[in-house]
Design a protein around this ligand. Structure first.
Ligand code: NDP
Ligand code: 2IT
Length: 463
């Protein structure tokens, strides 16, 4: 390497190390946020070396600090008449390329660091969609599991009674995530409308008769499978006949399975936090209809699948360093439950059992050790911020339809979703090639997502 270039590389690498160590000091106790930032900043080294303007203008330092964090109390009354208190949040990370956009998560594990990681990832993902959306995430440590409809409604109304003043169709547009589905979106939107006295597209994932978009419920799962098809096509392969592992059994998992069935693949598994089911005959359309009814209407547990279909088995979740779901022999894997659900050992098991492709429906489901193992084994690895961007992309299309007061057909939205997933795939691969790392979807997604937002920040000056 030329001496000057080498010096520049070392200086950049040192300055990124300094940013990371400052960040660790200032955000100790937020391991998921630090994990997400570490991966991204490390892969941005070559772009920062090539364009000193990013260091000079302190773009990385600005990227890792949310523009605004809102934390608030949510008090509500449970079915026994007791007052309950939860914590609500909205992390407004970056608005350089559009209004803040990102989901709401209701889960007992929610705390500021988790939402900062999700909001940080969202900035890159939204940039990749080709649509004008900034990044945000919010939610609460409220646990919807086991709560009555009335309790969920009262919680959602309390949550929105504070959140409404911080959001708006041109300011910040929330949507669903873990624990926030169509029921919760309805309660949240209804309360927003009541307080603001305005019917606007302030939330996405709305019902089809009140401003929602066709294909939004399906979009994340369909998009992941479209992205997987694109990845396989680079090796002249397709999904027909492929045995697929899917984790989770919520929104993303359900529509991943639906699209896999459509394309002739054989989905074998689903899971929830209690464990996983393995159906050696494959989950077909009728069995999937049962899962949708079980999870979305009865709010039951996935273990019931094995009671209903006796050829399937249920395995309880262990607490060790590995999840037996990822040891099932298969061709492709679609982690679609939660962060850090694929450990280094799990990744090793996937590779040992023949998996050639991992496309992430969940956000950051693979640990850094896991990513390292998959990439060194030359598995086609599609990180969440690229592979699962279809959900927020169709949210962006919902925003456009709301503003124009019209609705596109299923075919129109699905067609746009396919085009967007193809464009993301092309752009991510092009960025990886431009930086001499062909086929590296992690580097490609981080760089392609970064450049657009970073240049917007530079053009908008010191914000
Ligand atoms: P849902 O709430 O619909 O489903 C979540 C599923 O994951 C459930 O089966 C749940 O099981 C399981 N799960 C959640 N937390 C854990 C945990 N700690 N351990 C084991 N299993 C767990 O959420 P979604 O399907 O919407 O979200 C799944 C993932 O996809 C998340 O990472 C989310 O951020 C990501 N995502 C979602 C998008 C969307 O549009 N909804 C878009 C892009 C990404 P249980 O019922 O036992 O909790
Ligand atoms: O992680 C995600 O991209 C989502 N939960 C969807 C966000 C959105 O605004 O549709």
């Amino acid at each position: 390497m030329h001496n000057g270039v080498h010096k520049e590389a070392t200086a950049v690498s040192n300055s990124i190390k300094t940013i990371l160590s400052d960040l660790e000091t200032r955000n100790s106790g937020q391991p998921e946020f630090l994990q997400a930032v570490r991966e991204v900043l490390t892969s941005l080294e070559p772009v920062v070396e090539r364009f000193p303007k990013y260091s000079e203008m302190k773009v990385l330092e600005r990227f890792v600090e949310p523009e605004r964090v809102i934390m608030f109390r949510v008090s509500w009354v449970d079915d026994d008449g007791e007052i309950q208190v939860n914590r609500g949040y909205r992390v407004q990370m970056n608005s350089a390329i559009g209004p803040y956009k990102g989901g709401l998560r209701f889960h007992p594990s929610v705390y500021l660091g988790l939402l900062k990681f999700l909001a940080f990832e969202q900035v890159f993902k939204n940039s990749l969609t080709t649509l004008p959306m900034g990044g945000a995430k919010g939610g609460s440590d409220f646990d919807p599991k086991g709560k009555s409809d009335g309790e969920v409604r009262r919680f959602c109304q309390g949550f929105m009674t504070e959140l409404y003043r911080h959001i708006g169709q041109f300011t910040d547009v929330p949507a669903g995530d873990i624990g926030v589905g169509s029921r919760e979106i309805g309660f949240l939107f209804g309360q927003y409308k009541r307080i603001a006295n305005q019917f606007t597209g302030v939330i996405t994932g709305k019902g089809i008769n009140w401003g929602g978009s066709e294909i939004r419920p399906e979009a994340t799962g369909y998009g992941v499978v479209y992205f997987a098809e694109e990845m396989l096509a680079t090796r002249s392969e397709d999904l027909a006949g492929k045995r697929c592992l899917v984790s989770g059994s919520g929104n993303v998992a359900q529509y991943t399975v639906e699209k896999l069935i459509d394309l002739g693949a054989k989905p074998l598994t689903l899971s929830d936090s209690d464990g996983f089911i393995l159906d050696p005959d494959g989950i077909d359309a009728d069995k999937l209809a049962y899962v949708l009814e079980l999870k979305n209407l009865r709010r039951g547990r996935i273990s019931e699948y094995a009671e209903r279909f006796p050829r399937a088995s249920f395995t309880s979740a262990g607490h060790g360093a590995s999840n037996p779901l990822w040891s099932v022999p298969a061709d492709c894997a679609f982690p679609s439950a939660t962060q850090n659900e694929v450990s280094g050992v799990d990744a090793q098991n996937l590779v040992a059992n023949g998996v050639q492709l991992v496309a992430e429906g969940a956000n950051m489901p693979t640990t850094p050790e896991g990513v390292e193992r998959l990439m060194s084994a030359k598995v086609l690895y599609g990180p969440g911020k690229a592979a699962n961007a279809g959900g927020v992309a169709v949210s962006g299309l919902e925003m456009t339809q709301d503003i124009e007061h019209l609705s596109w057909t299923r075919e129109q939205v699905d067609d746009r979703l396919r085009h967007i997933m193809r464009a993301i795939h092309t752009n991510v691969r092009a960025a990886a090639e431009e930086y001499d790392r062909p086929g590296d979807y992690v580097l490609g997604a981080n760089i392609a997502g970064f450049v657009k937002v970073a240049d917007a920040m530079l053009e908008q000056s010191t914000v």
